[in-house]
Design a protein around this ligand. Structure first.
Ligand code: ZN
Ligand code: FE
Length: 257
């Protein structure tokens, strides 16, 4: 399975999964149909599946048009997104599995950004491979999604599931927000050397318009304050009594940043 990252709109990424041998492809969160159709033409691949993480238009906006070109493509999304994802045929819940090409993904239920959000995790099928996580707007490189339909406790529970994945897991999140996220992270975790180094690297990459996605779970665990709600110095910094309160306060501060 090859993964192609397509930029869309100002800061979205769409991911095309490609099986060259069988000339088939799937797409994760097609914000915009145009770059996807162009990529499918380039690859000479037929679209067989659309994997949506949640119902926001910058993730499902291309569903209808792609289905007009590839009517046999099957649309997957979370069970609680019934009625909100155009063309949805499969209603996934925690523990479900989907397959594409020679890979199988576990479905993780990760509410918080929306009440129905899911993530697709493809575990490695050999030691040379990476696990691949498609997490939409739940976990970002250096940050996390805003809480539109969920509580801090729900988001902490959801992010805990992602944090528990192997450190080498590649994180394919749906937006290029990394630089701004790390600027915020430095305000709450200024002594973190991993974070300072990462900020330098990301700044260099972005100054040349290079993408910072995919990230990795191990890097996120060391540098992303939204996976570090239980670090004593962050609890102290936010004057919190509990990890969930720490997370909530960090999220509130980021909303104002
Ligand atoms: Zn969203
Ligand atoms: Fe989004």
């Amino acid at each position: 399975m090859q993964i192609h990252r397509l930029p869309a709109f100002s800061d979205n990424y769409i991911f095309v999964l490609h099986d060259p041998e069988h000339k088939i492809a799937a797409v994760v969160d097609p914000a915009d149909p145009k770059p996807v159709l162009a990529k499918l033409r380039d690859l000479g691949a037929e679209l067989v599946a659309i994997f949506n993480t949640h119902h926001h238009s910058d993730h499902v906006g291309g569903n209808r048009k792609l289905l007009r070109h590839y009517p046999q493509a099957v649309v997957y999304g979370g069970e609680h997104d019934r009625g909100r994802i155009p063309g949805q045929q499969h209603f996934l819940k925690e523990g479900d599995r989907i397959t594409f090409s020679d890979r199988t993904a576990d479905i993780l239920f990760v509410p918080g950004h929306t009440r129905a959000h899911i993530a697709y995790y493809f575990p490695p099928c050999s030691p040379e491979e990476f696990g691949e996580l498609f997490c939409g707007d739940t976990l970002f490189a250096g940050g996390c999604g805003r809480l539109f339909e969920g509580t801090p406790a729900q988001m902490v529970h959801s992010l805990s599931k992602l944090r528990a994945l192997p450190e080498t897991t590649r994180v394919w999140c749906a937006h290029e927000y990394t630089l701004k996220n790390l600027q915020f992270a430095l305000t709450v975790d200024p002594e973190n050397l991993h974070l300072k180094n990462r900020y330098q690297q990301v700044q260099a990459a972005r100054s040349q318009s290079q993408p910072t996605i995919p990230s990795e779970i191990g890097l996120e665990k060391h540098t992303n304050p939204f996976l570090r709600w239980d670090q004593p110095h962050l609890i102290t910094h936010t004057q919190s009594d509990t990890p969930v309160q720490c997370f909530a306060r960090l999220r509130g501060m980021k909303d104002q940043f």
